[in-house]
Design a binder for this molecule. Structure first.
Ligand code: COA
Length: 265
């Protein structure tokens, strides 16, 4: 399959919308806002009153649709204002992959003292951040995210370049056994504690020892995996203290990766 890429813009926004509708969720507005949406309603009763009852037979929740629509509408405003950036990957004419990047000061777009540190650049000298990779399920494992990431770095180069920062997972690890233990004994059980004693770790020079991240054969983390960034010349600088899992029962470590690209002449 030959993949092509285009940047998010007014002209490609309809493709972003189509892509967004074809994946279960997208947290890109969270990176741009630096916070979650305020809840539409607090109790199930209030939600039902406002949005109608969920159709459980189809696993469709009106709240989810409302949330998706709000995300797209807000993203549209930012694209029109030139404040949201990304790469779309196409298989023929169909959008099948996405990578969000942006200037460090646009991610989040409005920063307040309440913005959690895991939402902002880890290094004050970082000028760009790459915050999300998503590939449509039926196109995973074919190099779509790698293609999106490469195009994002190239787009940053064309926009003047500078230090780019991202926080992928150190490396993925299948969660089949973890899931089984979770199902049988519970996530915070003694059995889980015992099992995780042998959870794989890796030593990264200059960074320290990092834990593998839970993944499945179908899905890796939306921040991507370290090797994808290494292949493009990014270097690990530290374990990401703000983004790595704080919970012993669901382990993953993120690594801050940085690359300086010169602007296009
Ligand atoms: C992470 C993700 C984008 C990878 O997309 P992809 O198109 O399958 O990735 P690629 O085929 O380009 O592979 C990139 C690298 O990741 C590795 N990889 C991808 N999926 C993997 C998996 N499930 N397990 C282990 N490694 C995996 C590949 O081996 C490759 O490694 P390499 O660079 O060392 O060769 C995809 O799994 C995804 O969309 N996950 C869901 C993200 C999500 O939740 N998005 C919503 C955002 S809130």
């Amino acid at each position: 399959m030959r993949f092509t890429t285009r940047e998010l813009s007014r002209r490609t926004f309809a493709d972003f919308e189509a892509f967004h509708a074809s994946v279960h969720s997208c947290g890109c507005m969270l990176s741009l806002r630096g916070r979650h949406l305020s809840p539409v309603a607090v109790t199930a009763e209030e939600r039902a009153k406002l949005l109608g009852a969920p159709d459980r037979s189809k696993k469709k929740f009106p709240h989810h649709e409302w949330w998706m629509a709000r995300n797209v509408a807000e993203m549209k405003e930012l694209v029109w204002a030139g404040q949201a950036h990304g790469i779309l990957v196409y298989a023929d004419k169909e959008p099948v992959g996405w990578c969000q990047f942006g200037r460090a000061e646009e991610l989040p777009i409005v920063r307040t003292e309440k913005t959690p540190p895991n939402r902002i650049a880890r290094d004050p000298t970082s000028e760009w951040r790459i915050t999300c990779l998503t590939t449509r399920r039926d196109f995973r494992g074919q190099g779509v995210a790698t293609r999106a990431l490469t195009a994002a770095v190239e787009a940053i180069r064309k926009k003047g370049g500078g230090w780019i920062e991202s926080t992928p997972v150190a490396y993925p690890q299948s969660k089949r056994e973890w899931r089984k233990i979770k199902r049988t004994y519970g996530i915070r059980s003694e059995e889980m504690k015992d099992y995780l004693k042998t959870w794989p770790t890796k030593h990264i020079p200059g960074v320290g020892t990092v834990k593998a991240a839970l993944s499945t054969s179908q899905t890796a983390d939306y921040r991507g995996v370290m090797t994808m960034f290494e292949n493009l010349g990014f270097k690990p600088t530290q374990r990401d203290e703000h983004g790595s899992s704080p919970n012993w029962w669901a382990p993953y470590d993120l690594v801050v990766m940085r690359l300086k690209v010169d602007g296009a002449a």
